[in-house]
Write a protein that binds this ligand. Structure first.
Ligand SMILES: C[S@@+](CC[C@H](N)C(=O)[O-])C[C@H]1O[C@@H](n2cnc3c(N)ncnc32)[C@H](O)[C@@H]1O
Length: 256
């Protein structure tokens, strides 16, 4: 929500209501940032009293549009290979490293590794990793990127459909990491209207879990976790100016 002294109440409807008195420019900034945002299946709505003057709304949107240019970097090392499709789902390096720290000591099975953002983050944190990817070209990018970060020896690569390969990698000591493809670039991922295609693959992979299989699923901020059996949901913010106050994605934790 940003600056301001917020009083936060959970209503009878289960929704969270936050109230604050803000400067006009702060309120306009917030209005620009939460515009169209859906969090965990719930649209975020903002009610400003008195209504914001048009000029303030415009200034807020302009500032936000400028800020959006400075988003968390994906890979920071020069020479990293990422195609347009992989860029959309790529976990920014710093966040991938933080997730790696949380997984420390485990073997991680990254079911849809893409260009390797998470696989490399886990490996850099010392985890051994099995990285599965359907698309051979993407897998080649991930391999190249892993060598750039000097972690190739910690990653086993499998080019296959995770629906075939994942079941062979069950284990109570391993962590399954599921980052299935996000929506197409033409669709606003924050509108949250249609996650069916993604949900289908996610559910298929979740169904492959054996007893005690610890699993994390990375899903868009708008994804409604209540349609899964996740026992814990955490929100991950970006690190750049343009996404530091934005939930970039959720991690659903399926505890063993
Ligand atoms: C969101 S991206 C993963 C991004 C990755 N975590 C990163 O940070 O770089 C999803 C990847 O899943 C791959 N994919 C799609 N369907 C798959 C399947 N059935 N099995 C394995 N990989 C699949 C896509 O080719 C895509 O590269």
């Amino acid at each position: 929500l940003g600056d301001g002294k917020w009083s936060i109440l959970q209503g009878d409807d289960g929704q969270v209501h936050a109230t604050s008195t803000l400067e006009t420019s702060q309120a306009a900034d917030l209005a620009a940032r939460v515009r169209g945002v859906v969090l965990a299946g719930v649209p975020v709505t903002l009610d400003v009293k008195p209504p914001l003057p048009r000029s303030a709304v415009r200034a807020g949107r302009l500032l936000e549009a400028r800020r959006q240019r400075a988003r968390s970097p994906g890979f920071t090392r020069a020479g990293a290979r990422v195609d347009e499709g992989a860029r959309i789902g790529l976990t920014p390096e710093r966040i991938a490293l933080e997730l790696g720290e949380l997984a420390k000591g485990r073997h991680v099975v990254d079911a849809c590794c893409g260009a390797g953002g998470n696989a490399i983050g886990f490996a850099r944190a010392g985890c051994s990793v099995t990285a599965i990817e359907l698309d051979a070209e993407r897998l080649a990018m991930a391999k190249h990127n892993a060598s750039l970060y000097g972690v190739s020896d910690r990653i086993e690569w499998i080019c296959d459909d995770a629906r075939n390969a994942l079941a062979g990698h069950r284990g109570v000591d391993s962590l399954w990491f599921l980052d299935v493809p996000w929506l197409s670039p033409s669709t606003d991922s924050e509108a949250g209207a249609n996650h069916d295609a993604m949900g289908e693959l996610l559910h298929a992979l979740l169904a492959l879990r054996g007893p005690g299989q610890r699993t994390w699923a990375k899903v868009p901020a708008a994804f409604d976790p209540s349609i899964t059996e996740a026992s814990r949901v955490s929100a991950w913010f970006g690190t750049g100016d343009g996404d530091a106050r934005r939930v970039k994605f959720l991690i659903l934790d399926f505890q063993a």
